[in-house]
Design a protein around this ligand. Structure first.
Ligand code: DGL
Length: 271
């Protein structure tokens, strides 16, 4: 049993898709979340910049004596995988759990990946999928425009602008006959209804936040790090820009009010 919190971070509010899933699957766990809202998006930046941000974000969370670091950002998970692997405490990104789930879900072996430009350029998802299913055909598409749409809460199922952007990004993935699509950026599970509508009911969507949360559960169980049963998990949130925008979006995404539980942090202090 371990009462320490789980540290979760993302470039912004996309990682709340992971928090949402952890809250459901691991209701006893405390969470400290950092959203780098002052520097989002990460996915259009250079690998060097993403690595620097990764190191700072982790350093901030380590100040809370976290028992596990959960990288709820596809860009960091793929570009900074070497930094995550070198940590001395349990840690995970979204790549391994999502790739495994996709390899298991596909029937025709054609898998689409939606991610940020940095994620798609890294080729990390392709390598991870091929390690589970060497003959998988993979169609990867960088979808950078979807990140600001989510950050601005244009996530309503009927939002015509977001639906048009999704449709355009899905073209190659669907033309190739993909029966499974990885939502390989944690912002994208928040668009799942729009993607599902555009892709059709026969296509399986892999929710990177959900798969990551399931994997976190398995790691905590394996290492005996779960919090005590009966404890009601608490969440604290930190952002690197004004908390107001994040708070109102988070209230909708998490389906509960986080008013008064979100604070500003000067992330530049963590070097
Ligand atoms: N949620 C992020 C990801 O999973 C970020 C998008 C971005 O910052 O560009 O890649």
């Amino acid at each position: 049993m371990d009462k320490r919190p789980i540290g979760v971070f993302d470039s912004g509010l996309g990682g709340l898709s992971t928090v949402r899933a952890i809250k459901k699957i691991l209701p006893n766990e405390d969470i400290v979340y950092f959203g780098d809202t002052g520097r989002v998006p990460y996915g259009t930046r250079s690998n060097e910049t993403i690595e620097t941000y990764t190191a700072q974000d982790i350093k901030f969370l380590q100040a809370f004596d976290c028992k596990m670091i959960v990288v709820a950002c596809g860009t960091v998970s793929t570009v900074s995988a070497h930094i995550i692997e070198r940590l001395s405490l349990p840690a995970t990104g979204i790549t391994y759990p999502s790739a495994k789930a996709a390899a298991e879900a596909t029937k025709n072996g054609v898998i689409g990946i939606m991610g940020t430009s940095a994620t798609i350029n890294s080729g990390a998802f392709d390598r991870a999928i091929h390690s589970f299913k060497s003959d998988a055909k993979i169609v990867s598409v960088a979808c950078p425009i979807l990140v600001p749409l989510v950050e601005n809460s244009w996530i309503d199922e009927d939002d015509e602008v977001t639906a048009a952007a999704v449709k355009r990004y899905l073209k190659d993935i669907l033309e190739a006959g993909s029966d499974t699509i990885i939502l390989g950026c944690t912002h994208f599970p928040l668009l799942a209804p729009i993607v599902q509508k555009a892709a059709g009911e026969g296509v399986t969507l892999i929710d990177s936040g959900l798969e990551e949360a399931k994997y976190v559960k398995s790691v905590l169980e394996e290492k005996g790090l779960q919090n005590e049963r009966g404890h009601i998990g608490e969440q604290r949130f930190f952002v690197s820009d004004k908390p107001q925008n994040f708070t109102s979006a988070a209230n909708t995404l998490l389906g509960e009010s986080i008013d008064g539980r979100c604070e500003f942090v000067d992330i530049f202090r963590y070097i």
